[in-house]
Design a protein around this ligand. Structure first.
Ligand SMILES: Nc1ncnc2c1ncn2[C@@H]1O[C@H](COP(=O)(O)OP(=O)(O)OP(=O)(O)O)[C@@H](O)[C@H]1O
Ligand SMILES: [Mg+2]
Length: 283
């Protein structure tokens, strides 16, 4: 039976989708069979970072309603890694939680991990995902608003379910945002899952739909691997290790900003009025 993860935050734009995608890529490279589900019904965008937006013919709600076979909605991304898109036209106001539940039941024996990218805010989508999950990851960006929103979501996680705060987009260079040390002081050590540095390289991969090219050796990926161990193996790492990963991330960013060639190929999006979705012009 697959272990089910929900990646949530309350606040929007903090990195839920990027983290879900990266967890999926990392776990699949470790030989685990993984499916990532876009739970952001009506505002899906996980397909873009993965570069599979042109392949999203059906979605999880179509499969739940019997409009297609589940296999038709599931998109193979890379070895051991599958993706199930959210509906673009239905929102959580119109999607039945039981439909989501049914699909998860159907796929649970085919994977080691099911990762649900939750929508921002509170509501039916979050409640449904949390009720099905074994692990909840609450993402905190370097802002007090994000910290408070994640705390609010924490109250919605049942005590028997594992919950961890993951700090994301931290940097020692950017002094206009809350620093890692200040944020860490506010987090209960038992709930601290780890910190991910802000990464220019990863941000680019996500913007251009090349997330599957994520470099295993960059600070972001190393931190991600430690986070998975701290959640799955309940392992604690010294604070110095996390700090050095944030510093390494800063150094990598500096190299990029100082002229390391940026990815040139930029494929724009166009609105497809027939299927009411954005598609890449060419890939
Ligand atoms: N650690 C990071 N380093 C660099 N860029 C990041 C990092 N985390 C997130 N980003 C960037 O921040 C932006 C928002 O990330 P993402 O879409 O994953 O947030 P989200 O929480 O899923 O947003 P929403 O609430 O809208 O679903 C993206 O451009 C992403 O590439
Ligand atoms: Mg998102």
């Amino acid at each position: 039976m697959a272990a089910i993860f929900s990646i949530a935050s309350g606040k929007g734009g903090v990195g839920k989708t990027l983290i879900t995608t990266s967890f999926g890529i990392l776990l699949s490279r470790q030989g685990k069979k993984v499916i990532m589900i876009d739970g952001d019904m009506g505002l899906r965008n996980m397909d873009l970072g993965l570069g599979v937006e042109n392949e999203c013919l059906y979605n999880i709600y179509d499969a739940a309603q019997g409009k297609c076979f589940l296999e038709e909605a599931i998109i193979p991304v890379s070895k051991n890694l599958d993706f199930l898109p959210a509906s673009q036209n239905d929102s959580w106001d119109t999607v039945f939680p039981s439909a989501f539940d049914t699909v998860l039941e159907d796929i649970q024996n085919s994977y080691d991990f099911i990762l649900i990218d939750c929508p921002a805010g509170l509501g039916k989508g979050i409640e449904t995902a949390f009720s099905l999950s074994d692990h909840v990851v609450l993402v905190i960006a370097p802002s007090w608003a994000s910290r408070r929103n994640a705390d609010r979501l924490r109250t919605m996680v049942k005590p028997q379910i594992s919950a961890h705060f993951v700090l994301n987009q931290f940097s020692y260079v950017n002094d206009r945002q809350i620093g890692f040390d200040d944020m860490l002081e506010t987090v209960d050590p038992d709930l601290f899952g780890g910190v991910l540095p802000y990464s220019e390289a990863v941000n680019q991969l996500s913007h251009f739909g090349h997330m599957t090219e994520l470099d295993n050796d960059c600070a972001f990926s190393k931190a991600l691997a430690y986070i998975l161990r701290s959640i799955l193996e309940d392992k604690e790492f010294p604070v110095t290790r996390w700090k050095s990963l944030v510093c390494q991330g800063d150094k990598e960013n500096e190299k990029i900003l100082n002229g390391l060639p940026l990815r040139k190929s930029h494929y724009g999006l166009t609105w497809n009025s027939g299927s009411k979705v954005y598609r890449r012009r060419r890939r």
